[in-house]
Design a protein. Structure first.
Length: 228
């Protein structure tokens, strides 16, 4: 360097005064940049948005009372309606106990509960006294007969229902309150052992009463049972 020449300090950057003010050529890959050649990141200042004023109660939209859930139907097992054995007849509500039943429905309930039925005339007409009919029998009567079967564990054979030929009265066979069943050693033992004696009826039949009010009359060839 010749004497008298002015010496100017440079940063060693060949294309300009400063690396911070010079863009790197676009045709050179970015991977070749060195830390000295990278531009310093621009500092951004984040300004918080202004706080929104609370909306007045009048401006708020009213809450919708419409439910948006999709209703789902309960799952029903196939042929569940035909499985009578799954119906718990002992849970019949009291307000349904006085509802009359048809003969076919009543016999179906008894059969599903393990109770058999016998007709002397092999018929089911309510107007014929030698038939065994359950036409217009009370729902509670059938349910409690099945309950007696379950409590005793004894075989039960129904021989009398609502057919003609029985004594009249408010709590009678014809009004659906009474059923007759055959004697057997098992049911005889259960009734006399687990039910309190209640005296003797006018015709000489010994009476037994359960805690729920059922009255058993021991007649010569069958039990006359009153379900109240």
């Amino acid at each position: 360097m010749a004497a008298g020449d002015e010496i100017t300090a440079t940063s060693g950057w060949p294309f300009g005064d400063s690396a911070d003010e010079q863009e790197w050529p676009a045709d050179e890959p970015a991977d070749d940049w060195t830390p000295a050649r990278r531009r310093r990141p621009t500092q951004l200042t984040v300004i918080d948005p202004p706080a929104m004023a609370p909306r007045s109660p009048a401006a708020r939209s009213p809450k919708s009372r419409v439910r948006t859930r999709v209703a789902r139907m309960p799952r029903v097992r196939p042929r569940a309606a035909l499985r009578r054995s799954e119906v718990d007849l002992t849970r019949v509500l009291p307000r349904f106990g006085t509802m009359p039943m048809s003969h076919a429905l009543a016999t179906g309930w008894l059969r599903s509960g393990g109770v058999r039925m016998k007709s002397t005339g092999n018929c089911s007409s309510k107007q014929v006294h030698h038939c065994t009919s359950l036409d217009s029998v009370r729902t509670g009567t059938i349910a409690r007969m099945i309950e007696l079967k379950r409590e005793s564990g004894c075989p039960i054979m129904v021989t009398g229902g609502t057919e003609a030929g029985h004594a009249p009265g408010q709590y009678s066979h014809g009004n659906g309150y009474k059923l007759d069943i055959s004697h057997n050693s098992c049911i005889d033992r259960h009734i006399t052992r687990y039910h309190a004696k209640a005296g003797v009826r006018s015709d000489g039949a010994r009476l037994y009463r359960s805690g729920s009010g059922t009255v058993f009359a021991d007649e010569s060839d069958h039990w006359d049972i009153l379900f109240r």
